[in-house]
Ligand binder design. Sequence first.
Ligand code: 13P
Length: 259
Amino acid sequence: MRIPCAYANWKMHKTLPEALEFIYEFVPALFRDVKEGDVGVTIFPPAPYIWPIRQELGDDSPIFIGSQNIYTEKEGAFTGELSGNILRSAGASHILVGHSERRHKLDESNELVGRKLDRVIRDRLFPVLCVGELLRDREAGRTKEVVKEQLEAAWTGQEVTGGAIIAYEPVWAIGTGKNAEPRDAQEMCEYIRTWIAEYFTPETAASIRILYGGSVNPENISQYARLPDVDGALVGGASLDPGSFAAIAKAIAHSGGAR
Ligand code: 13P
């Protein structure tokens, strides 16, 4: 069974007081007409806010906190990097791996993404593997090829369970206001699920959650939330405002529920 998800990637935005203010407004706005269990919400704030947000939410909150990045090694002399153990002890349960901004602005290769995914799985955290093509790949008809290369490079023999999440985020749709056509998002999420069925097992494919990301907002989310292979959204810009992210999470929760 796949509970749909609403994930907020704040990227490099907000001060700590602004982050705490968000939580203060978002939680009541979300649970005004959504029941716990109708939608899985995870917030990926800047790393120094993981612990204060966890504290603000309290131990029994159903809202998860994630990290936007992780390092490949378990521990050691790696100044400035963050391990899975450090992130978990600060309150993170989910880790973004291979976000397009890290691939394209910070030069993370498919190979490095694979090593990070490996670390997340070994450390028993929930990976959120991001994949997606550049505009030139789509225009050249290479969308599926590029996404397949990213998937194959990331999974280098690790075990995978239904707890893993994949986000399909076409790079040209991120932060541009040019969201993908719902039929294209469905086609790619279905393609990813079929790949998982062939590479792992049909049972894993049926339980893994696949999200769409790229210029999602409260106005367009319902078009995606009802697609059969799209289990929710990874939201950037529109997740910075508590009212707007609560509206997106509610639309996902009310989209027909678990699949
Ligand atoms: P936008 O929603 O701002 O397009 O960002 C999407 C994204 O990159 C989420 O990880």
